[in-house]
Design a binder for this molecule. Structure first.
Ligand code: SAH
Length: 218
């Protein structure tokens, strides 16, 4: 087991070598990822790899995204602090905790109960009281809490789920990987005065978004 200070050193290197060196500039995003102990979001045997430049398994066939992808998606949301953010795909809970430091309130949805239970324990442990979570099919969004200023989908689907577009505030921004099961494009969908504008960010590979408006379950 590495000591706490080794984790801190690894985290400093992650910020410099993986994020700043590749162009992540949002000081609030860098500060949040500097503070959050990413290693507690993975099982003990993987903790020493938690600051590496790759995704890691978190159980149920799912992964915690590579640090750079978390930073890139978070930066693309352009958070100022007052926003209500919906995340689809809680997974380990790491992305939700990053968001919780940068906006007013996070609503996060996960389809696996085992992952949700573990993530909820971490939200409590880190005292992230501005995160609400729900076990459900996130492709349906969270209608009771809509509209959302920002929506981030951390699993890849064949298209942007229609309910998410309906639950996006105007103005609003949604970020999602879209494509087939092996190659996807990270897209930003902006809603401004009733008009949708879509921009491609970069090719990516995510786990499947499984649900009524995603891929069918195997
Ligand atoms: N944001 C996570 C990444 C998890 S990987 C993190 O920081 O660790 C993507 C997650 O999306 C998986 O946990 C998967 O179970 C979940 N997922 C896939 N389809 C979903 C759906 N329709 N609704 C909710 N969660 C879904």
């Amino acid at each position: 087991m590495l000591s706490l200070s080794s984790f801190t050193i690894n985290r400093d290197r992650m910020i410099q070598e993986q994020l700043q060196a590749r162009g992540i500039e949002d000081a609030r995003v860098l500060e949040a990822m500097q503070q959050i102990p990413r290693h507690i979001f993975v099982e003990d045997a993987l903790q020493e790899q938690a600051y590496g430049d790759f995704p890691l398994p978190i159980g149920c066939g799912q992964t915690i995204s590579q640090p750079y992808i978390v930073a890139l998606m978070t930066e693309a949301l352009e958070l100022e602090g007052h926003e209500k953010v919906l995340e689809i795909g809680t997974g380990s809970g790491y992305q939700a905790v990053v968001l919780s430091q940068l906006c007013a309130r996070v609503y996060t949805v996960e389809r696996f109960e085992q992952l949700m239970n573990r993530a909820r324990r971490l939200f409590d442990r880190l005292r992230c009281h501005n995160i609400s979570s729900r076990l459900d099919d996130g492709t349906m969004g969270w209608p009771a809490e809509a509209p959302f200023d920002r929506i981030i989908v951390t699993a890849a689907g064949p298209q942007v789920p229609e309910p998410l577009l309906e639950q996006l505030a105007d103005p609003g921004r949604l970020i999602i990987p879209v494509g087939d099961r092996f190659n996807q494009m990270l897209q930003v969908v902006e809603l401004v005065q009733g008009q949708l504008h879509v921009h491609d960010i970069t090719p990516v590979r995510f786990v499947d978004l499984v649900g009524a408006h995603g891929w069918p379950a195997d």
